[in-house]
Design a protein around this ligand. Sequence first.
Ligand SMILES: Nc1nc2c(ncn2[C@@H]2O[C@H](COP(=O)(O)OP(=O)(O)OP(=O)(O)O)[C@@H](O)[C@H]2O)c(=O)[nH]1
Ligand SMILES: [Mg+2]
Length: 315
Amino acid sequence: MPIGARRVLRGDRQALARLISQVENRDPSALPSVRALYPYSGRATVVGITGPLGVGKSSLVNLLLAHLRSDGKRIGIVAVDPSSPFSGGSILGDRIRLARPPGDDGVFIRSMAARGHAGGVALATRETVRLLDAFGMDVVLVETVGSGQADVEIHEVASTSVVVVVPHLGDEVQSLKAGLFEIADVFSVNKSDLPGADSAARYLSEMTQLVPVTGSWRPVVIQTSTVAPRGIPELWEAVTRHEAYLDSSGSRQTRDRQRLTDEILGLVREQVDAQLLRALEREPDLQALLDRVVAREIDPHSAAERLLGEVRRPR
Ligand SMILES: Nc1nc2c(ncn2[C@@H]2O[C@H](COP(=O)(O)OP(=O)(O)OP(=O)(O)O)[C@@H](O)[C@H]2O)c(=O)[nH]1
Ligand SMILES: [Mg+2]
């Protein structure tokens, strides 16, 4: 087994951090360790915490962390930064930053930049989660910003997705219907210390009755507050109920297989793309080929076939 992987299994936090960085940079030198660690993963409960900007996702993660730590659970946290155009500005002024309690070895927190990954975020996030899993974390919490068209498709990573909203959703209700509604296993109506929480929760509960679901799970709606702490044990209880449902209904298996199919296809695509780029570099007559297509001497299909031949050509 590669030394990096052995160190991770031994509980070496630095080795874990280094490996995650390599995974994030799609550095091929991480591959041997990533592969060696795969059999040690699959034990952690992976929970997505997603929702629009500033609804209190990090605050909830902090309180869930405290709740789970008091239960002796080892916790990994992955925070995928928003790639929204606001992220450089002061609009996020009072965001809560996640921090590991000093000296607590049962917690590992990692931020990932969503920017500059173009499609690779889900892949890198999934592998990071898997490394935390192999490291021995019981629960991995993944915070992502999502407003219906999530940057990271959280359900590609998490077995339970908590969608966080706040009272007075306004226009967000529309995008909720479109996107987040489909992925929510549990709703947290956070900031329920503010007025309107009851009616927001009631509205969401009614919506969950209307939206078609696959299987027999209907999203559970929990009111939470992180400033006047409320609903945190109930939120976690809803998550564990959903996890139990996944097991009893057999849908964990179905979902896992689907996720792995997507992952493998994603990896194949990554390789094919890279091969295509190399083939394009090898094709010195690309411009000439293009000229011929422009001059109507050959058609685009023939040009594509020619390039495909290059991709398939053994090197
Ligand atoms: N009133 C009230 N404010 C809250 C509550 N939870 C969080 N906040 C406040 O909402 C703001 C954003 O909280 P965060 O936890 O950073 O929210 P977030 O969803 O992680 O934000 P981003 O990661 O930037 O999308 C902070 O000022 C929090 O103090 C709550 O339950 N009630
Ligand atoms: Mg946050």
